[in-house]
Design a protein. Structure first.
Length: 317
């Protein structure tokens, strides 16, 4: 693992003190002093608005470069003085302590101290709190906390890999480069197409391309499915219908049958379209898979043996 020690920027402070001994000030002098003080106050307010004392996150973005995926956190104001990036086994929400799900085989935690992700009105300043990327390494980024000037995120990665952390200025940025020293192949993930569904045009799913590392291509495709569509794909009306599932705990393929074990409390909610309608085409794109059997978190499915597809009772309309 390659990382850099936190860089603490120098904090510049200016303190002006004026001591006066004059007992009597002429009216013109007093007026001039009042005007100067007013102008100084206005300038200080403008400076505070342009460069807040606490850095504010304004953007999160990621892109692929030769040999690495680059994740960028951009701030208004200075770069956060305290930054911590490390691998963790799981994610918990700051303040509440509740688990936070993220798609990926490895999880990086990114934490900024003395930084905010909201404005004075409490509005989020950096966009969606959960976002998916169609990149070789970075699968998903989720916010895990924005509490008492501590801002944190979880980064789901396709594989555990070396990373490097550094900062840039003009504008202020914290950059995390994650190595991608492996080959990928394109696969398809099938998402609900809300436009087709509303119009009653079958099939109700639309495939999108994702890069996954062989030989675990079926596992990688299913992982990308549960990560959901990217922001651009969501703008096209694509959605992931989770049906209450939070992910999958196990995938096995044997004798042409793929067995998927869901996690979470699955429920169709009375709908005829469920997570099963996205899992099955995503897995059946592979020649080695002819049938798909989906199990609930308790390990139950309606037809566990024999040829044919199967879903758990919780996914029935």
């Amino acid at each position: 693992m390659i990382t850099m020690l936190p860089i603490r920027p120098l904090l510049a402070a200016a303190l002006a003190a004026t001591a006066g001994t004059a007992l009597i000030a002429a009216p013109a002098q007093a007026a001039g002093q009042a005007t100067a003080q007013a102008r100084a106050g206005t300038a200080a307010q403008a400076s505070s608005w342009r460069a807040p004392a606490t850095p504010v996150l304004v953007d999160v973005r990621a892109s692929h470069h030769p040999g690495l995926d680059r994740l960028v956190f951009e701030f208004r104001g200075r770069v956060p003085a305290e930054r911590d990036v490390r691998y963790v086994p799981s994610l918990v929400a700051d303040a509440s302590g509740r688990p936070v799900s993220v798609a990926g085989s490895a999880v990086l935690q990114v934490r900024f101290e003395q930084a905010d992700g909201h404005d004075r009105a409490g509005r989020v300043t950096y966009g969606p709190a959960r976002r998916t990327y169609a990149l070789p390494g970075v699968v998903q980024v989720v916010n895990t906390g924005d509490f008492e000037a501590t801002l944190s995120f979880g980064v789901g990665l396709a594989r555990r890999a070396a990373y490097r952390v550094y900062t840039l200025t003009s504008p202020s940025r914290v950059v995390v480069d994650v190595a991608t020293p492996y080959r990928t192949v394109p696969v398809r993930a099938y998402f609900l197409d809300t436009g087709r569904y509303a119009a009653g045009r079958t099939p109700y799913t639309t495939p999108v391309s994702r890069p996954v590392a062989p030989p675990d291509t079926a596992y990688g495709a299913l992982q990308r499915l549960f990560a959901g569509p990217t922001q651009a794909e969501r703008a096209r009306g694509l959605r992931f219908a989770a049906s209450g599932a939070t992910g999958f705990g196990k995938l096995t393929v044997r004798d042409g049958v793929a067995r998927v074990h869901l996690t979470g409390r699955c429920s169709s909610g009375g709908s005829t379209f469920t997570v099963a309608d996205q899992i099955m085409p995503t897995l059946k794109q592979f020649p080695s898979i002819k049938w798909v059997k989906i199990y609930d978190a308790a390990g139950r499915t309606e037809r566990p043996t024999g040829p044919g597809d199967s879903i758990p009772q919780c996914l029935e309309p």
